[in-house]
Design a protein around this ligand. Structure first.
Ligand code: PLP
Length: 379
C-alpha cells in the first residue's frame, strides 16, 4: 500500500490539469504574442488561465502576474518592494517562521545593507501583534508575513497585522506568502488588505514550475524581468502556456470543491489525532494549527529522521520537519523553543482533497511498527 501524507510538500497533479497542459503543448503551442489565429488562440488560453486563478484567489486578472514558483514571487516581492520605498528607508519586518524563500532572501538583503527584524513566534507557533507594533519604525519600508505556516499549520493574523501596519504608515508595503493558504483557508487579497501576495500551483494539484504574484491594483511595481513586455511588462519572457493552462484548471476545480475539501481535510486531521491517541499515546501535537491540512507532531526522544525513512521504505510519505530544509534542523521548531527531544522527534503529516482514511490507517499502523522495530526498548 502507498500512503501519501506530505501534501504540504507538493500535491498530485489533477488529470484534468495535466490534460490541459498536454493540449496546450500539442495543439495550442503558438506564441501568444504572434499575430495569427493560432497565436490568438494561445493568448486566449493564457487569459483564461489567468482568469481562473484570479477567480479562485478572489482578485482581478489584471492583478495577477505569473511567475515560475512561489519562491520567485517571494523573492520579487521583497526586492521590488524595497525598491519602491527606497527613499523611505532600509528596514523590513518579517517573522522567524517564514519559509526559506523569504528568510534566505532576508539574509542576503542584510549583507546588502538592509536591516531586518524577525518577529519571534509564540509557544503556539504564531506571532504577536504587539511585537509587530513595537518593531515598526519611521524607516520601515516593507512587512512580509505568511498566511499559513508550512511546518505547523498555524494561521497568522495577516489581516490584523496589515491593518496595524497601514495605520502606522500607509506607505509601508505589506507582502503575504500565501503559498500554503491558497485554497486551504478562506481569504482574498483584498479581505487581508495586502499589497502583494504569493501563490504556487503545485500546492493545489497543478504542475510545478508555475506560481503567481498578486499585485494590488494601483500599486506601481518594478518589473522582475525586462524584455518583450509579457505579463503587462512586469515579467517578460514567452508565457509558460501549458503550465498556465494547467494552473487555471487546477485552480478552477479546487475552487469548485473548496468548502467540502476543507471539511474533508479537517475531518482527516481529527481522525488522525484520534487514531494516534489510541495507538501511540506518546505522540504530542506541536501546534494546534487552524489550517485543515497540516499536522505537526512529535514523538519526543525518538529520531524522526529514522522513523520517516523506515516509513518511506514501507510506502508511507511523511516529512521530518519541512521538505524544503533538505535535512537541516527546522528553524521554526528552534524559534518556538521546543526541547531537543521534541525537535528530534518532530514530523509533519499533511493532507489534500484526495487523501483517504485508508491512507491514515496505514500510516498509523506503520508508525507503530516502525517505532517498535527501531526503538524496542523504549515505552
Ligand atoms: N512559501 C511557503 C509557505 C511554502 O510552503 C513553499 C513551498 O513549500 C514556498 C513558499 C515555495 O513555493 P515553491 O515550491 O512554489 O517555490
Amino acid at each position: 500500500m502507498f500512503a501519501y501524507l506530505d501534501s504540504a510538500a507538493t500535491t498530485n497533479v489533477l488529470k484534468e490539469a495535466a490534460d490541459a497542459a498536454y493540449a496546450a503543448m500539442m495543439e495550442g503551442w503558438s506564441n501568444p504574442s504572434s499575430r495569427y489565429p493560432s497565436a490568438t488562440a494561445a493568448a486566449k488560453q493564457v487569459a483564461e488561465g489567468r482568469a481562473a486563478v484570479a477567480q479562485a484567489l478572489g482578485c482581478s486578472p489584471k492583478e495577477l502576474v505569473f511567475t515560475s514558483c512561489g519562491t520567485e514571487s517571494d523573492n520579487w516581492a521583497l526586492r521590488a518592494g524595497l525598491y519602491v520605498n527606497r527613499r523611505k528607508g532600509k528596514h523590513l519586518i518579517t517573522t522567524a517562521i517564514e519559509h526559506s524563500a523569504i528568510l534566505e532572501t532576508c539574509k542576503q538583503l542584510e549583507k546588502e545593507g538592509y536591516e531586518v527584524t524577525y518577529l519571534q513566534p509564540t509557544a503556539q507557533g504564531n506571532v504577536s501583534l504587539d511585537e509587530l507594533a513595537a518593531a515598526l519604525r519611521e524607516d520601515t519600508v516593507l512587512v512580509s508575513m505568511m498566511l499559513v505556516n508550512n511546518e505547523l499549520g498555524t494561521v497568522l493574523p495577516v489581516k490584523e497585522a496589515c491593518a496595524l501596519v497601514k495605520r502606522f504608515d500607509r506607505k509601508i508595503l505589506f507582502h503575504c506568502d500565501a503559498v500554503q493558504g491558497f485554497l486551504k483557508v478562506p481569504f482574498t487579497p483584498r479581505s487581508l488588505g495586502v499589497d502583494l501576495l504569493s501563490i504556487s500551483a503545485h500546492k493545489i494539484h497543478g504542475p510545478k514550475g508555475i506560481g503567481a504574484m498578486y499585485i494590488r491594483s494601483g500599486l506601481s511595481f518594478p518589473a522582475l524581468i525586462t524584455g518583450g513586455g509579457q505579463e503587462n511588462g512586469l515579467r517578460s519572457g514567452t508565457e509558460a502556456t501549458s503550465q498556465i493552462a494547467a494552473f487555471g484548471v487546477a485552480a478552477k476545480l479546487c475552487k469548485a470543491t473548496f468548502r467540502q475539501d476543507i471539511a474533508h481535510m479537517e475531518a482527516l486531521k481529527q481522525y488522525t489525532l484520534a487514531g494516534l491517541a489510541g495507538a501511540l499515546p506518546q505522540v504530542e501535537v506541536i501546534a494546534q494549527g487552524e489550517a485543515p491540512h497540516i499536522l505537526a507532531l512529535t514523538l519526543p526522544g525518538y529520531k524522526a529522521e529514522v522513523l520517516v525513512r523506515v516509513l518511506g521504505d514501507n510506502g508511507v510519505c511523511v516529512s521530518a520537519g519541512s521538505a524544503c530544509h533538505r535535512g537541516k534542523p527546522s528553524h521554526v521548531y528552534a524559534a518556538m523553543g521546543l526541547t531537543k527531544p521534541q525537535r528530534d522527534g518532530a514530523f509533519r503529516i499533511s493532507f489534500d482533497r484526495s487523501t483517504t482514511v485508508e491512507e491514515v490507517d496505514y500510516f498509523v499502523e506503520q508508525l507503530v511498527k516502525a517505532k517498535a522495530m527501531l526503538f524496542p526498548t523504549m515505552s
